[in-house]
Design a protein around this ligand. Sequence first.
Ligand code: DX5
Ligand code: ZN
Length: 231
Amino acid sequence: MDEMNGIRIAPSILAWDLGDLERAVEISVQGRADQVHLDVIDGHFAPNITFGPGTVKALRSRTDLKFDTHLMIENPQAYVDKFLDAGSDIITFHTEVMNGSVFDDLQRTVRARGREVGLAVKPETEVPKWALERLDKVSALVVMTVNPGFSGQKLDPAVLPKLQKAREYIEENGLGTDLEVDGGVEPENVQEVVRRGGNVLVAGAGVYGKKDPVGAVAVLRERAESARRRK
Ligand code: DX5
Ligand code: ZN
């Protein structure tokens, strides 16, 4: 079992050469990342189109690393089974495209297969009440610090108070939910992100954009751990 709310590094392969995703996964393995973050975008929820369950399945055959699949799609109900079949370990849905009862159905579907559920919010979205009330069923609350669509954007510091509030809520309610921060996490800001309560750190450009991407995983981890110790 992972240490509860321990630091975890989740490289986002969207930042790598999309013609060579096998290598992207291999870099995460070599860098000893905790999980690999797979950004699925449908051209409706956000202005880009990335990859689907076929790609996830193909990558699944290359590694045992935990697959953290971030669904930035309008209609997750239509695709959840396909991503489960493809081998996603954690499937993250956006609060903006559902309500509590749709979430309940999705959650049951994912749990029935022994996988985990995440819930994500865009930078401008407050975590809705229905989501707060169900956080005990959510492995990771994903706070996006860039607008969904592309890797390589700058983290928006205006989102940090929301992150901190979410951490306080989790602690006050004795929940085990991870707080995952997604967008623009870099060695220069990862300590601030951790001080504000983030513990699962997604990094696209912060890993795959570096000269030494394998080493970049450890750099993020060391900085994050040391911020955590000084908290
Ligand atoms: C944005 C994605 C993010 C992004 C992260 O739509 O959800 O996961 O790829 O990449 P960086 O770390 O480069 O912002
Ligand atoms: Zn993402």
